[in-house]
Design a protein around this ligand. Sequence first.
Ligand code: ADP
Ligand code: UDP
Length: 240
Amino acid sequence: MKGSLLYEGKAKKVYYVDGKPEQLILSYKNDATAFNGKKKDQFAGKGRLNNLITARIFEHLHQQHIPSHFLKALNDTEQIVQKTTIVPLEVVVRNIAAGSLTRRLAIPEKTVLNPPLIELFYKNDELDDPLINDDHAKRLADVTEHDLDHIKILALKINEILKRLFRQADLELVDFKMEFGRLADGTIVLADEISPDTCRLWDVTTGEKMDKDVFREDIGDLIETYETILQRLEENKCVK
Ligand code: ADP
Ligand code: UDP
């Protein structure tokens, strides 16, 4: 069923599906990279955790009527999705100041951002994913004003749904990155992954960092941390 390799990225391999040109298989790797690939390591079990966490999150988003590429988890490390043409934007929503925002604009870490802040980055490794504005996006990412408005409305809706989901797991959704893609008929849907690799999550009770910052800053056990996220999301499966 798994066809040839289409693409190998930093965190996943992407395969065609034999006989189903409109689908892809995303295979989650154990590699961890940070600072645009400058810091690298491998963690046995990471692929499984990000695959299962992403599947759990996309299933929840589907229940809440968010259109996405997700079809189903195939096994521990692989999921089947609808093939899209990825819009080359990293759409970041921030609820609390952290990471590059604090460095770029000297906004103190932990400043509450209400309403949430949306940032667009141009998905381009050679340029180090630069921050861009809407005009740049229209020029570089083949999107119209209407597409951008639609992407931002979806991004804010997803943020509200995930803030609630993570709160039930005693986690604060500080910020996260989304990618969107176009299906064959042009519809824009949420794509790629949402996992502790692509979110900042702080423990509501202790304030502890429970995401890829553990790896970026060498402050804890990545696998133990991601396992805790999966367990907490599973425990709250019945909660709406
Ligand atoms: P990177 O390319 O940044 O190293 P990954 O290792 O996660 O990232 O690679 C996965 C690739 O698959 C990304 O480029 C992502 O944009 C792409 N992708 C994710 N979902 C889909 C989809 N539904 N259709 C096409 N491409 C996708
Ligand atoms: N992010 C991501 N992929 C990227 C860049 C950022 O998933 O290529 C996520 C990151 O994990 C965080 C959010 O987007 O949850 C905002 O990241 P930021 O701009 O603060 O960059 P960082 O300081 O994390 O490099």
